[in-house]
Design a protein around this ligand. Structure first.
Ligand code: PRP
Ligand code: URA
Length: 215
């Protein structure tokens, strides 16, 4: 497979703090409470990188010493859009950085036989076209869920879209980039491959089940 690390609009974040926390996530003995906390912490660290191109505008501010021009975030409030369920686990981490952001939801689940995504819920902040949109899902496996979610956001008028996942399979990263070369993709770790059940190897298992303690 081509070197996915060099693709335009794809950033694989190799920060040691992110990698350390991903190792804790992978460990099958890590329990639900720690898992949840780690997912949020990683989302916050990834968000710090992913949001470095947010636009700013200068305002006047009076310091105790003098008045100066200083930047604040510009434009409409951003939209954080988790892909349900597992993407919800990353929402608070991003909202720590952007407390005033709006939150949309896209409900998708993968059919266990076909591995194809099925949509069951969609609600986005209005107007979506003027916002930076941060789509979150810890796992990018075949890429089907992310591709469908972004198709939906684009149909509703979304333009400036960033997708953040904690672990990606090469197959899913390639598929998502090919389907949506215009969006920015941020990956915590690029894993080896998918297995025959379309699970990521070595991965961390089922992210939704581990975040919510189901199964
Ligand atoms: C997981 C994960 C992604 C999807 C990735 O969700 O959170 O949304 O699978 O797989 P894909 O890239 O092959 O589409 P799942 O469908 O298990 O639903 P859940 O979050 O409700 O558990
Ligand atoms: N969804 C998950 O939660 N884990 C995988 O490995 C693949 C899809």
């Amino acid at each position: 497979m081509e070197d996915l690390r060099n693709l335009e609009n794809v950033e694989i974040l190799d920060h040691p703090l992110i990698q350390h926390k991903i190792t804790r996530l992978r460990d099958k003995t890590t329990g639900t409470a720690e898992f949840r906390q780690l997912v949020n912490e990683i989302a916050m660290l990834m968000g710090y990188e992913a949001l470095r191109d947010l636009e700013t505008t200068d305002i006047d501010v009076e310091t105790p010493i003098e008045t100066c021009k200083s930047p604040v975030l510009a434009g409409k409030k951003q939209a954080v859009v988790p892909i349900l369920r597992a993407g919800l686990g990353m929402t608070d981490g991003v909202l720590r950085l952007l407390p005033a952001a709006k939150v949309g939801h896209i409900g998708l689940y993968r059919d266990e036989e076909t591995h194809k995504p099925h949509a069951y819920y969609c609600k986005l902040p209005d107007p979506i076209s003027l916002r930076t949109i941060i789509v979150t899902d810890p796992m990018l496996a075949t890429g089907g869920s992310a591709i469908d979610a972004i198709n939906f956001i684009k149909e509703k008028g979304g333009v400036k879209i960033k997708f953040m996942c904690i672990i990606a399979a090469p197959e899913g990263l390639k598929a998502l980039h090919e389907a949506h070369p215009d969006i920015q993709i941020y990956v915590g770790h690029l894993d080896r491959q998918l297995n025959e059940d379309a699970y990521i190897c070595p991965g961390l298992g089922d992210a939704g089940d581990r975040i919510f303690g189901t199964k």
